[in-house]
Design a protein around this ligand. Structure first.
Ligand code: UDP
Length: 238
């Protein structure tokens, strides 16, 4: 595989990777390890935008399944993503990486609102911009938030760091014959409902021609390997 030449990336981390080996919440030691990987990526000369999920704390769907109003539960999920963003900001700044958190739900006392031009300026100055609260509306996920910010910020790729090492043609947990794709196109992902990101996020990436790189962030050093096209990964593109 030829080495990708990204200048600006959007890294989406599922909330669950912040749990480390815990069952819930935030493991500060693991967040510190993730922050180191982000620092390495930035130090290699990349401009880095981050989007972090909230599933380690709260998912709207889970609340709705227990009888909560879905929109209300989604607002709680969005707040969870802000907590994770602040945890990552803390970890990055402790190792000397300047960051700004921009939230799609305004929270003046703790972070900036999402302002694209201001985010551009932060990146120019070498800061990592962490986008929180997804798209700022219920019935969406942080995958859609990541696709939206990747398009808005004209990122060269959306890297989805998660617990699995790519996209499979079946669920590898239940099907021993499941095969991982090295590369797959957007329409195959959508037509076969492959587990990458939700459909609206995949469609937004397709329409804006943003490659999605799915890889496991759980192994140390994997982000750096993926950035030079060497890690185990699946790339979703045209
Ligand atoms: N959420 C939302 N709108 C958004 C982004 C997130 O309502 O634009 C809520 C939704 O309830 C979601 C939760 O925030 O379940 C946490 O985000 P997500 O499930 O995407 O986190 P991840 O699975 O990546 O950890």
């Amino acid at each position: 595989m030829s080495s990708p030449s990204y200048k600006r990336i959007l890294l989406k981390l599922s909330g669950e990777v912040l749990m480390g080996n815990q069952q819930y919440g935030i493991d500060p030691e693991f967040v510190a390890e993730l922050a180191l990987e982000v620092k390495q990526a930035k130090d290699s000369g990349l401009e880095v935008c981050l989007v972090i999920g909230g599933g380690n704390i709260f998912r709207g769907m889970a609340g709705a399944a227990k009888g909560m109003d879905r929109a209300q539960a989604d607002y709680m999920g969005m707040l969870a993503t802000v907590m994770n963003a602040l945890a990552m900001q803390n970890a990055l700044e402790q190792i000397g990486v300047q960051t700004r958190v921009q939230s799609a739900v305004q929270m003046d006392a703790v972070c900036e609102p999402v302002i694209r031009r201001r985010a551009e300026r932060h990146l120019e100055k070498g800061r990592v911009v962490i986008f929180a609260a997804g798209v700022g509306a219920p019935y969406f996920t942080t995958d859609s938030g990541a696709a939206l910010r990747a398009a808005e910020m004209r990122c060269d790729a959306l890297l989805k760091g998660t617990s699995v090492d790519g996209v499979y043609d079946a669920d590898p947990k239940t099907d021993p014959n499941a095969k991982r794709y090295d590369a797959v196109d957007y329409d195959t992902v959508l037509a076969n409902n492959l587990k990458v990101m939700d459909a609206s996020a995949v469609a937004l990436c397709r329409d804006n021609n943003i490659p999605i790189v799915v890889f496991s962030i759980r192994e140390k050093g994997n982000l750096a390997r993926v950035l030079v096209g060497e890690g185990v990964q699946t790339i979703v593109q045209k």
